[in-house]
Write a protein that binds this ligand. Structure first.
Ligand code: CP
Length: 332
């Protein structure tokens, strides 16, 4: 492992080993300070609670020093495009930013959300990949335009903790949200669920399909790992018999860069696409999962998120343990 950009380019055995290591770390059976004397940069282009706090605490608990940078806030605005004439509002190019930073630190974590402006560009994860291209030190994806692998690993760890190391019937369901959101979380959850061999059902309204190439990879991973993938457009029936419900909203590729059109189109979906108790009662006593932050009584009702089946706080805690496992493996 040279970088941690996504789970898809890491084999199942290694992913399972990382989760087993995270479980050991959580149990307190991996003492030591593998990051002693080392600093890790955390570059946040966007807001965060869980990712920022868990990375900062994790680096400290591993004996290292976190260096938090916020381009456009506490550090200079950054340009990432090659060959650009920098006569606009960007002060520094990533080429210098990364190559300076890597002289100080042992690894760089990056959060860079999709701007939801240009699908063909953003689906290639240009900013994250520019970091990986310019850096000779490990890059950790802390949520990019297309992937949130640390979240997906915490999710897989939570399913294993609660339901055991065997494949489960897992539902990834779209939920209504007033504005279109990036696809990183559903993309990474679906990829990881397929890599861990779960039987995955993805349910969304027509028009909210995931990326075609990514769906191909999800199907390939499922086939390689003894799982399955089913895609349905059914807000209620998709809950029948599942053991895990993972709720997330995302934007439509059809309206990418057209915020007002997506918001108008999705208005009709509001009443059907919420996770509520009647839908949860169709499941096989399923866990309720969400990456957070979540809008209560919009994505999920209070009665579901406050029920004993809700594991959203455990998922958030497991971010800490799984990221410590990833950093211990990456930073030598
Ligand atoms: N789930 C997650 O990444 O949360 P934050 O955006 O608060 O970091």
């Amino acid at each position: 492992m040279n970088n941690f950009l996504g789970t898809s380019d890491i084999g199942r055995r290694k992913l399972e080993w990382l989760i087993e290591t995270a479980i050991d770390i959580k149990a307190g059976s991996r003492p030591g300070s593998p990051l002693a004397g080392k600093s890790v940069a955390l570059v946040f282009f966007n807001p965060s609670l869980r990712t920022r706090a868990s990375m900062q605490v994790g680096i400290y608990e591993l004996g290292g020093n976190p260096v938090i940078l916020e381009p456009g806030g506490t550090s200079w605005t950054l340009e990432h495009r090659e060959g650009i004439v920098m006569d606009g509002d960007k002060t520094e190019h990533l080429k210098e930013f990364v190559r300076v930073l890597e002289r100080y630190v042992a690894a760089i974590g990056v959060r860079t959300f999709a701007e939801l402006k240009n699908w063909e560009t953003e689906r290639t994860d240009p900013i994250l990949n520019a970091f990986a291209e310019y850096s000779s030190k490990p890059i950790i994806n802390l949520e990019s335009a297309m992937h949130h692998p640390c979240q997906a690993m915490a999710d897989m760890m939570t399913i294993r903790e609660k339901l055991g190391p065997v494949k489960k019937n897992v539902l990834l369901t779209w939920a209504w949200h007033p504005k279109p959101l990036p696809m990183a979380v559903p993309n990474s959850f679906a990829l990881a669920a397929a890599q861990f061999g779960h039987d995955l059902r993805i349910s969304h309204p027509e028009g909210y399909e995931l990326d075609d190439e990514l769906l191909g990879r999800i199907r390939d991973h499922a086939a390689e790992n003894g799982g399955s993938v089913e895609i349905v457009n059914d807000a209620g029936g998709s809950f029948d018999g599942v053991e895990v419900v993972y709720a997330k909203s995302w934007g439509s590729k059809n309206f990418y860069g057209e915020l007002d059109n997506d918001m108008a189109f999705r208005q009709a979906l509001r009443s059907d696409w919420i996770v509520d108790q009647p839908k949860m009662s169709r499941t096989s006593d399923a866990l309720f999962m969400h990456c957070l932050p979540v809008r209560r009584n919009v994505i999920v009702t209070d009665s579901v998120i406050d029920s004993p089946n809700s594991v959203v706080i455990d998922e958030a805690e497991n971010r800490l343990h799984v990221q410590k496992a990833i950093m211990t493996e990456l930073i030598k």
